[in-house]
Design a protein around this ligand. Sequence first.
Ligand SMILES: *[C@@H]1O[C@H](CO)[C@@H](O)[C@H](O)[C@H]1NC(C)=O
Ligand SMILES: *[C@@H]1O[C@H](CO)[C@@H](O)[C@H](O)[C@H]1NC(C)=O
Ligand SMILES: *[C@@H]1O[C@H](CO)[C@@H](O)[C@H](O)[C@H]1NC(C)=O
Ligand SMILES: *[C@@H]1O[C@H](CO)[C@@H](O)[C@H](O)[C@H]1NC(C)=O
Length: 480
Amino acid sequence: MWAFCMILVLAFCQLHGGQGGTIPSIGVNWGAMASHPLNPPIVVNMLKDNGIKKVKLFDADSWTVSAFSGTDIEVMVGIPNDQLKKLSKNKDAAEKWVKKNVTKHVHDGRVNIRYVSVGNEPFLKSYNGSFVWTTFPAMQNIQRALDKAGLGDQIKVTTALNADVYESGSDKPSDGHFRKDIYSVMKQIVQFIDEQKSIFLVNIYPFLSLYQNENFPHDYAFFDGQSRTVTDKNAQYTNVFDANLDTLVWSLRKAGHPNVTITIGEIGWPTDGNKHANLNNAKRFYRGFLKKMANKKGSPLHPGPIDAYLFSFFDENRKSVAPGNFERHWGIFRFDGKPKFAIDFSGKEEEKMPIGAKGVRYQEQKWCVLKKNFNTKKLEGPLSYACAGGDCTSLGLGCSCQNLGVVGNASYAFNQYFQINDQSVEACDFDGSATIVTEDPSRGSCFFPIQIISNGNMLRVMHEVGGLFIGIVLIFTTFV
Ligand SMILES: *[C@@H]1O[C@H](CO)[C@@H](O)[C@H](O)[C@H]1NC(C)=O
Ligand SMILES: *[C@@H]1O[C@H](CO)[C@@H](O)[C@H](O)[C@H]1NC(C)=O
Ligand SMILES: *[C@@H]1O[C@H](CO)[C@@H](O)[C@H](O)[C@H]1NC(C)=O
Ligand SMILES: *[C@@H]1O[C@H](CO)[C@@H](O)[C@H](O)[C@H]1NC(C)=O
């Protein structure tokens, strides 16, 4: 009897202890477009602490991938769009890519690589068709190279597609079809994915529906709204995610490949840089989405469970703001690995913060601000200079640092520039208008950051040249 009770208690601990309850089908995106990236071993520990078992990368940076050595975390590596042309034309280049960026890690490091995403949203309309003819041949060449390396069964090739590869002329999913201008290449890719038993990877963003259309019904972007219902054939839609996913289901059916496995490559909600991008909305969106995933509920036409990678693990201050100022604020965690809002990765809606980064080192407690009583008429030049080099995306209307006024705007911008430049004294001048202070100028929701000490960029390079670097150091120390 006691033994039986012990087993029950142990089983209970398994389910509820630590972060053991994280939904297994949930992964995260980890991008590196940051001035001060967290060191990979710190990030891998964060993933473990939060029970996350799948990660999607946008490149195959060697230091990053090797940080997964010996873990059971499933890794998707990526190939950036600017490499597609070369890989589409040159089989040797594809073999070299696989050898250096996959085979080495799988064999030497026991990294659990499962997918290679060839290209990232290559068919976005804004790319004007630049990658339409190179993506599929590059996928084929990488697949052949994986097969040749004997890894074709365990590692699958796919491509991360934006949801604008399909469209519907109405708000009804059943009118959905792949975009006319890329129909033939989409058909080839879908057939390839079907034959290879790979996955159709699609990024779905309810936030963008709201951002792009002032009249979009607010609640329809979330999972707990009742304000709008769309009826399509026998299906009822109460949120745009389901409607979007089923538009893809219809598109795949019409293309003759109804059984292809769909995986959500990116889904999430930003927290700043737009009036709809805030902590409350992000919390509400993830709460609804994770609950749905925990209940293994998909959409009316895709009712079962679905794998999904949340976007994103961190804020990235070097992302292009061409799509909008919110682009640098997609993180569940801040740039330094601190959690921003309560999120329960088990989908049980518990009000708790996720586990942040451990062992992060910060620069000194110093900020750069506008000098007192400086003539504010002379600030235009310095301000635009600071914002070009730093990140001012939190200053706009509806953002965390709105209404700072002229003086506050300048101080915020100067500090961003100063921190991104590792607090160098020269980076806090601005024609003599700026000064370094030791008292935190943050106020209300507006946070004046201090950057972290990141070995990111330097160590990435060192890792690439590895032995060479040590060699040079040895020669140097021997002869000096
Ligand atoms: C391996 O991946 C890295 C990072 O994505 C890339 O810079 C490099 O060119 C790749 N190596 C080869 C041999 O293609
Ligand atoms: C696409 O075309 C537009 C308009 O002609 C242009 O402004 C933009 O720079 C082009 N984008 C790319 C990636 O070529
Ligand atoms: C899809 O799967 C269903 C159920 O397993 C099967 O009956 C059908 O033939 C499949 N369709 C195709 C085109 O493979
Ligand atoms: C501060 O900067 C924001 C964003 O650029 C701008 O909208 C706002 O008007 C500025 N405030 C003042 C007082 O200049």
